[in-house]
Design a protein around this ligand. Structure first.
Ligand SMILES: [Zn+2]
Length: 522
């Protein structure tokens, strides 16, 4: 059974008595959102969709955390402008474009756009709304009244020792507006006393103000792990997974689960731990440079391929996306493969994946040219890619096939241009570089190939492939020597696409001219 169907069934099994199932995920909007955050979106989104598909009403809630303090400065933001805002809530920090309501809103809007384009439809809400509406008041009171028990849970579960007077609350300083710099000193049942300390944290400076304020209605927020547990209860969460960095024993989720049970008397949600979505082998970081933002990766792929990247790997296996490597052509090959399985009625996990990648709007069987071929042909001048496609298919392309081919041309050219993976960048060599020299065996092989091409008006990938292997034997040349020589002659490099195929797509007169220039000189 496909992993998402299985997870949805397991979750349902545990949540049978619930009415509507609440699925929740969250992202702190502290900068451009890394594509890694799409993994949580996709896992929660597909589970919610599948529950609904199975007749179990489910709602996917996505929280934009705009209430955390700005505790890191993304490298792409102007330090001189933003340093003064460090320690303030993200919803209080000005937007880089000067138009959005806040920095949080600016980056959240971009990310929300990607989520929706990828075909997921959560109901978005903001952490600030949760607090300022008063919905968190009760859990704040409980947390303050049972601070000693919370300290004990931290100690027991994660080994983290809090001072005996530590209270689980971050209050906003009325004087400087920062939340990261304050320490709460006491709670009298209605109000808290606090101090804003100059050097409480390394990333923000406090103002030394002391005050007394109500902790309710948005004046204060709970620290991360307590807040996580509190939200389970306040939002009524039934299903919520977390990245594996939070999912270890004694990790954030473990602490939150214990606090949910022990303090808020709430059963923690059904958990789906998941591995990272890496880009070039690296973990996500919203504060470092862009380069791997959700927006950039989403723009480099059509929706179906983006969904395949997100849904095609089980949660506990890492995804590694290499824009400059072969990730994109490999994804396309996988897409073509699962399409074939679906159309052949195999009915396995791959067929199911094909359905889910397409959001019910599943295309009928059609011809597609392989992405790596499209990427090659699209770079070749004087080549009519549509003619090549017609020849490969054996008849005219229908509307769906034309649309798909256009899409592949657009995405492959954008990919080549933007990421320029050397392996996939080709330039036809109009002239033989003077420095190029060939061995006797290579020359003999080229002669035989020239003779074959001259004698055959119609060249197919298959016939050329076959002939090249005969030549290899006749001349007793090592395959590497033969193929490297061919790539050097035509592409000026040591490697290239499958030789028979790539020779078949190049104009015949060009092949004769280039080979002839070598064969006819000695
Ligand atoms: Zn202050």
């Amino acid at each position: 059974m496909f992993w998402a169907d299985k997870t949805a069934e397991e979750a349902h099994e545990q949540l049978k008595d619930k009415g509507e199932v609440i699925v929740r995920d969250e992202k702190t909007a502290s900068g451009r959102v890394h594509v890694g955050s799409m993994r949580g979106v996709a896992i929660h989104g597909i589970i919610s969709d599948l529950l609904n598909e199975k007749g179990i009403p489910a709602k996917f809630l996505y929280e934009i955390n705009d209430f955390d303090p700005m505790d890191g400065l993304p490298t792409y933001l102007d330090k001189s402008k933003y340093e003064q805002h460090m320690g303030k809530r993200l919803c209080e920090v000005p937007s880089p474009d000067g138009r959005a309501k806040s920095l949080a809103e600016f980056y959240a809007d971009e990310f929300k756009g990607v989520i929706v384009e990828a075909g997921f439809s959560p109901k978005f809400y903001k952490t600030s709304e949760l607090y300022t509406s008063g919905r968190m008041n009760e859990v704040i009171r409980e947390a303050l009244e049972r601070a000693a028990d919370i300290r004990e849970i931290y100690k027991k579960v994660s080994g983290s020792i809090k001072p005996d007077d530590w209270l689980p609350l971050n209050v906003v300083c009325e004087s400087c507006g920062k939340v990261g710099t304050t320490q709460v000193l006491g709670f009298d049942g209605e109000q808290v006393t606090y101090e804003c300390r100059e050097n409480l944290v390394a990333w923000a400076k406090g103002c030394n103000n002391k005050g007394t304020i109500s902790p309710f209605d948005g004046n204060a927020s709970l620290p991360w792990k307590v807040e996580w547990a509190a939200k389970f209860k306040v939002v009524g969460v039934d299903i919520e997974g977390a990245g594996k960095d939070h999912s270890t024993r004694g990790g954030a989720r473990d602490v939150a689960n214990h606090i949910a049970r022990g303090i808020f008397n709430y059963d923690p949600p059904f958990d789906i731990p998941y591995e990272f979505f890496l880009v070039n082998g690296k973990k996500m970081s919203s504060s470092k440079g862009a380069g791997a933002s959700a927006r950039e990766i989403a723009d480099s792929l059509p929706r179906k391929i983006f969904r395949l990247a997100l849904l095609g790997t089980k949660p506990m296996r890492a995804i590694n996306f290499e824009p400059k490597g072969n990730t994109i052509p490999v994804l396309y090959d996988r897409y073509d493969e699962i399409a074939e399985k679906y159309w052949s009625g195999v009915g396995d996990d791959d067929s199911r994946l094909y359905e889910l990648v397409h959001l019910h709007n599943i295309p009928e069987r059609h011809y597609r040219m392989r992405f790596s071929q499209v990427a090659f042909l699209a770079q070749m001048p004087h080549i009519d890619i549509f003619r090549e496609a017609r020849e490969e298919k054996g008849e005219e392309l229908n509307e769906l096939e034309l649309r798909e081919l256009h899409e592949r041309i657009d995405y492959s050219l954008a990919w080549i241009k933007k990421h320029a993976p050397d392996r996939y960048v080709f330039q036809l060599q109009e002239d033989t570089p003077v420095a190029l020299s060939f061995s006797g065996a290579q020359r003999k092989a080229f002669e035989k190939l020239y003779t074959y091409i001259e004698a055959n008006e119609v060249l197919t990938g298959e016939s050329l492939h076959h002939r090249l292997h005969e030549i290899k034997k006749e001349v007793a040349i090592e395959p590497e020597e033969l193929f490297t020589g061919l790539y050097q002659v035509f592409l000026g490099r040591d490697s290239g696409p499958q030789a028979g195929w790539f020779l078949s797509v190049l104009p015949r007169d060009f092949l004769l001219r280039r080979l002839g220039s070598i064969v006819h000189t000695s």
